[in-house]
Design a protein around this ligand. Structure first.
Ligand code: IPE
Ligand code: IPE
Ligand code: MG
Length: 248
């Protein structure tokens, strides 16, 4: 399946809502922290899997602004995990030409997390392979308001506020919109994720909990994406035919 997908052309940008760590752990009689640890390993596996499939941008919903309302110990564990795994994975990112970007107000994160993020951002800044966006302390509405404020501060005339100019003030400036948004664990909502950028994304939902999301699941999501016709408002006849819908 993998070589076939590579041949067919993987989506340039995949964004994932990694949900279900808690339920995965609960089903095994483990703590939520165990679930997050397993989920973090699944995320790391996905970086390499996407890089191998020719995906150019991978955006992982890692911590939302709403997630601050979770128990203090759980939040602490999540940030410890982030610092530990990024430190461990830095050599792998360098070997695989992965560039790290952060979406969200990461200046508000704990000091130790910020130190590691700064290091990995600096070390990977000139890499030219897959861009790994971690959405950290991220809010889609917050991102849109931030863009408005930045345009006002830049003194733009209202006529100059175009969609392209607006997008330049988003955390994702310079990157394409997600082609495919995946959410695990059976929930059918965006939870404040990439609200501006998701305008024409394709969606893929699976009941699998995030720690169980593996390469076969990724291939199933990409195959589903490739079988669709993205019409962008046009008729089916006007739009390009879907690559896998032509009898192959
Ligand atoms: C996703 O798993 C991880 C984060 C939101 C950080 P959850 O922790 O939301 O798992 P469930 O939804 O409780 O199962
Ligand atoms: C969304 O998952 C945020 C992340 C995956 C980081 P949540 O589990 O926090 O979403 P809701 O609260 O169920 O919508
Ligand atoms: Mg959840």
């Amino acid at each position: 399946m993998t070589s076939e997908l590579r041949h067919a052309g993987a989506p340039a940008h995949i964004a994932i809502i990694m949900d279900g760590n808690g339920r995965w752990a609960q089903g095994r009689g483990l703590s939520r922290s165990h679930g997050h640890t397993a989920g973090a390993e699944a995320a790391i596996r996905m970086v390499t899997a996407c890089a191998h499939r020719g995906v150019r941008h991978l955006t992982l919903y890692t911590f939302s602004t709403e997630n601050w309302s979770r128990p203090k110990e759980e939040v602490g564990h999540l940030f410890d995990l982030l610092a530990r795994l990024l430190t461990r994975e830095l050599p792998v990112f360098l070997a695989n030409n992965v560039r790290l970007r952060i979406l969200g107000e990461w200046s508000e994160l704990p000091f130790a997390s910020r130190q590691v993020l700064k290091l990995v951002l600096a070390k990977t800044a000139h890499n030219t392979g897959l861009t790994l966006n971690l959405a950290l302390n991220y809010s889609g509405r917050g991102e849109i308001l931030r863009a408005c404020r930045r345009l006002i501060e830049a003194g733009l005339a209202s006529d100059d506020v175009t969609e392209d100019r607006f997008a330049q003030e988003l955390y994702t400036a310079g990157q394409p919109d997600p082609d495919l948004i995946i959410r695990t664990s059976g929930e059918l909502r965006l939870s404040n994720y990439l609200l501006f950028q998701a305008a024409y994304s394709e969606f893929y939902f699976t009941d699998k909990h995030w720690p169980d999301f593996d390469e076969a699941e990724l291939d199933a999501a990409i195959a589903s994406y490739l079988a669709r016709q993205r019409r962008f408002g046009r008729t089916g006849e006007q739009a390009e035919p879907a690559p896998l819908a032509q009898g192959d």
